[in-house]
Design a protein around this ligand. Sequence first.
Ligand code: NAI
Length: 329
Amino acid sequence: MRPLRIAVTGAAGQIGYSLLFRIAAGDLAGERPVELRLLEVPGALKALEGVVMELNDCAFPLLAGVEVGSDADAVFDGVDLALLVGASPRKAGMQRSDLLQANGAIFAEQGRALSEVAADDVRVVVTGNPANTNALIAYRNAPGIPRERFSALTRLDHNRARAMVARRARLGVDEVEQLTIWGNHSSTQYPDLFNARINGISAARWLGDDAWLNFDFIPDVANRGAAVIAARGSSSAASAANATIEHARDWLLGTEPGTWTSMAVPSDGSYGVPEGLVSSFPVTCEGGDWSIVQGLALNAFGRSKLEASVEELKREADVVESLGLLGAG
Ligand code: NAI
């Protein structure tokens, strides 16, 4: 079988260091061989060479080839899947709008390059922050790629929330199902336990502790990234790589029947989220396509949380639009 061509940007970074080895070991594409195309800024290519040496030294049977470079048009040529991890880090004193501007230029350029040279059926996952709005910028600058092929990562939030609920309930993570992260991958996200299920009933009801849900669970999920930084001295990397792999694998190979996952995707207007904004929703995947789970009830609390997160997404979209980063797509 032809190897799946997977581009990874920011490949010499922290997440890259976990991600590449897991992909090469077969965690993303199963038994299908993979070819890695690694994009980095010129100053990081030497470090990336070292990572490639280590990849070679693992003698992964499924790794059919590795190419590196700093020219997006060359690296993305013919890729089937693009994992856009590389981004400009948030520096001290930087506002979110400064971060949007710094990253906007990167994602506009990468969207354009993918549109021109990637495989016709390419799928694009944005992990680099601010992930939702970076995905919006990328698809708006990629007129040759249907916008449904772009998504952003909220799977790490999903996994964090699921694990926290399982610990609280003293159950295995498998017993917590149908959890949803709604909205933005930011502190405004809404992890929904009302529609989540434990043993077939609402997880919020099963736990029966609204105080924990409001004052511990929701803030802890939203602030988990900061807690990891405080403890580890650097941001989540192995868990972010794991989430990126699970997101891409579910997209390409399908979600488990009977349940769903959380993915940030361009809205089709579902649940009142304005069309085109990249928001996290409950999704199922089949045959390489995602669809938003329809018909879930959001109570007044959930609706107000989702609306607040969507307001933030709108503000981010306004900022990048005013910076001329939304192209014509
Ligand atoms: P890092 O700083 O260790 O690595 C980022 C890499 O991207 C660097 O090697 C840098 O040279 C590279 N890079 C910068 N601009 C680039 C460009 N134009 N093209 C190609 N490469 C470029 O950061 P880390 O820890 O690997 O995180 C990467 C991103 O993922 C960050 O934006 C981080 O905030 C985000 N993240 C997102 C999560 C999510 O759940 N959506 C979770 C954790 C991190």
